[in-house]
Design a protein around this ligand. Structure first.
Ligand code: MG
Length: 376
């Protein structure tokens, strides 16, 4: 597969933080992807909530299946744009490694707990996981990934955090948040693939859970148009097959839209290298029309699904678990494994420990430390 001149080329990577000799058969981005798949944090994604709690049903997405769907969508688009598929896959598989248990409720609660110590942010935590927290190699902490993979993992970052990271790593992965440039096209693509994936699978999980209905989705153009199209072609279609066929068409339309809109952006700006692409604004994007439709769908999901009373009841208990775990470990660090208990930055050590937990481990630890059962 020939790469475009604007695709990231593993032979021209900005390299790793610790020098390593090249591998005999694999490119640098393939090695990154392989290291991510073998990491402890990656395996834990299977027991972390996306929207629905892990134990609420066996068919709902978890962070792991979500990450696999992002990788699939990303690779598919990367291939038609001649971007680097291995890099896209690595970023996609790693993009949620820093997520706490219990989805966004867990992250918000941990951020509250850490208010006096610089806060907690899951994108930054994903970078911490691959840079510091994984313990797999004799000579250094973390996975020692390439610049381009790390750049993609740090999807968002506050200015204060960017300044702090840039002081430790001058001109490194946080620089773009200070000079407002873009990451490589593969990283831009992963952001969009993430959005396309969760918009689609949250409809699927939402309808199957019974919290939203296909009738309600009639108000959402992006879904309703393809639902109507599927019914025109298959008038007898109903139930699950109708849902899947509508979502399948919606997914394809978004993928083709991204490919077309990005090609248009590339024709307009003609970047001759990955660095020129980084300075050319957000090139991997939806068309304006699709951007508006996607925003309307997100708005619907926010109000009808993520803030559904049944989901909110879960998030209330999840917040309580995280708050009480944080207080318990901070008061008595010896309740954590020795490596965390011994750290001088005790609040950050507690946050790192809690962030790494799966949903069920967090609930069990909470019960052990407080004697109260929540969410089980
Ligand atoms: Mg994601």
């Amino acid at each position: 597969m020939t790469l475009a001149c604007y695709a990231c080329d593993p032979a021209r990577s900005r390299g790793r933080r610790h020098h390593e000799e090249p591998a005999p058969t694999r490119t640098e981005y393939q090695r990154d992807r392989d290291r991510i798949v073998h990491s402890t944090a990656f395996r834990r994604l299977v027991y972390k909530t996306q929207v629905f709690l892990n134990h609420e049903g066996d068919l709902f997405r978890t962070r792991l299946t979500h990450s696999l769907e992002v990788a699939q969508l990303g690779r598919s688009v990367a291939r038609s744009l001649q971007l680097n598929e291995d890099l896209v896959e690595g970023i996609a598989l790693a993009h949620d490694l820093g997520h706490t248990p219990f989805g966004h409720a867990g992250q918000d609660a941990l951020n509250d707990c850490m208010a006096g110590w610089g806060g907690f942010e899951h994108n930054l935590q994903s970078l911490r996981v691959v840079d510091e927290l994984e313990e797999r190699y004799p000579r250094y902490n973390g996975l020692n990934l390439t610049f381009e993979t790390r750049e993609g993992i740090l999807k968002h970052c506050s200015r204060a955090n960017a300044q702090r990271i840039d002081a430790a790593e001058p001109g490194g992965v946080a620089r773009r948040f200070l000079d407002r440039s873009q990451p490589g096209l593969e990283a831009q693509l992963c952001n969009l693939a993430d959005e396309i994936a969760y918009n689609a699978h949250d409809i699927d999980d939402g309808v199957r859970s019974g919290l939203i209905t296909m009738e309600q989705l009639g108000d959402v153009t992006l879904f309703a148009d393809f639902h109507a199209q599927a019914l025109r072609e298959y008038p007898d279609l109903q139930g699950r097959r109708l849902l899947y066929e509508s979502i399948r068409r919606m997914l394809s339309a978004q993928v083709y839209d991204v490919i077309e809109a990005t090609r248009e952006g590339l024709r307009r700006t003609v970047p001759g290298s990955p660095d020129e692409a980084r300075l050319a604004g957000a090139l991997v994007d939806f068309s304006d029309a699709m951007r508006a439709k996607s925003a309307a769908l997100k708005h619907f999901l926010l109000h009808q699904l993520y803030r559904h009373p049944q989901v909110m009841a879960m998030t209330g208990q999840a917040r309580q678990i995280v708050h009480e775990l944080f207080a318990a470990y901070l008061a008595e660090p010896g309740q954590m494994p020795a490596g965390f208990a011994a750290r001088p930055d005790s609040a950050r050590a507690v946050a790192d420990y809690i962030a790494g937990m799966t949903d069920r481990f967090a609930a069990r630890e909470h019960e052990r430390l407080t004697g109260r059962r929540l969410l089980v």
